[in-house]
Ligand binder design. Sequence first.
Ligand code: GAP
Length: 509
Amino acid sequence: MSDDLFKKITSHAKEYGFVYPSSEIYDGLSAVYDYGPNGVLLKNNIKQYWWKAMVQLHENIVGIDAAIFMHPTVWKASGHTDAFNDPLIDNKDSKKRYRADQLVEDHLAKIQAKIEKEVRKARKRFGDAFDEAKFRAEHPRVQKYAAQIDEISRKLNNALANNDLAALKALIDELEIADPVSGTRNWTDVKQFNLMFQTQLGAVAGSAQHLYLRPETAQGIFVNFNNVLKTARVKIPFGIAQIGKAFRNEIIARQFIFRMREFEQMEMQFFVRPGTEMKWYESWKEKRMHWHRSLGFPADLYRFKDHEQLAHYANAATDIEFRFPFGFKELEGIHSRTDFDLRRHEEFSGRKMRYFDPETRETYIPYVIETSIGLDRMFLAVLSASYAEESLDDGSTRIVLRIPAILAPVQVAVLPLVKKDGLPEKAREIFDRLKWDFQVQYDEKDAIGRRYRRQDAIGTPYAVTVDHQTLTDNTVTLRNRDTMQQERIPADDIPHILNQRLNLKAWLD
Ligand code: GAP
């Protein structure tokens, strides 16, 4: 995968109504995006697929929908007011601001690129005889670069773990990192910058209460722990799930919808008996990976990356990373958060956040396993893994989004072969029957080949074509997006066939 491919995916997303820059007529707003007609359908289908897997299929998981505005003390208790920071550095010549850790990460990426270049050169030189693993393990220059990466990563992780801003600055100086804009090394000191957006409640200046836009949905779950406990008749172990917006004033806002300032999270907090959390952590790791793999994309697009530096409240944490066009990056986090959040809310609110366990007859603050996935990142993962450019037998090419049928924005297109002879009327009749159960698109404009291409480009898995034979025997052709094969079937069988292919159990189980 490459930068070039990523650019193509980004422009395809815009051209076909998936994602637009926000407020584009005013030249956009950095790292904020809007979803278009196909985008919103895909996004809703991803939400549904997650919600059903988490809430509908687990009798011990319930959902909530908490408000974005929360009492400001929530963020004191959660630690976000004091510690939800990024280390920033300014270049005095360009006046540009950067995330200090990201400058070092970019430097590491450059060294990694040198390794990849050596590997490419060697592969070209040795052809089929090339043993890549051996080359990476033994080639002196590759070894030297790998050692540099290890050493720099160690220093970076130490500085971040100890919140040592001077050490971070020293590392930037030591590596002689220059500003990509001005080319100079004229840096300020590194400062902490809180990522929460502030706003205020109330109209009267002076008496207004300062609020934050929530930077994660999880806290809406924690503060409702007692409410859910009292009203949902849940018993430990149980989970509370939520899908909703979160906001972060990200400094490095690039890579399209990968890192946004306004985004959506799908989070679930699973409350367990203290001491059993590792068992549940392993179980949720496995379940969440299974959910991703159920979509049928190649297995090598996913990997676990355990956190080396644990946050102070976690006793285990891993990321499910996805191979985006720009490399493996975090898609979902699975964290064992101990009893940190409930305990802190108990301290700050003065309300008990406890559970009476009828089995052990003990009262305790439950431990929590969290699964947290970015909806927009999942959207980008689906787009990236689905996008393909294919050369066809007739010498033409097509762009096809091989979106898993269960997520596809439009599930079936209904196309009259020609715009006359009563075919549009018959096709409309079929469209009207299908629209109650499926997202259907009717299209009669242009030659049939062009219409197939249009549906391929938005990832419609099936197309029903109505031709002259349909008028005599009520059969249609059903075209498969991926194989481009067509089968002749009775029009009355379409709902049954689609239901079979879009069956949740068949996908998830
Ligand atoms: N409650 C835990 C939490 O918020 P996180 O790792 O900061 O953990 C969870 O975020 C997920 O939210 C990430 O794995 C990612 O998919 C998504 N996410 C985080 N920041 C994001 C951003 N700026 N833009 C888009 N998605 C983001």
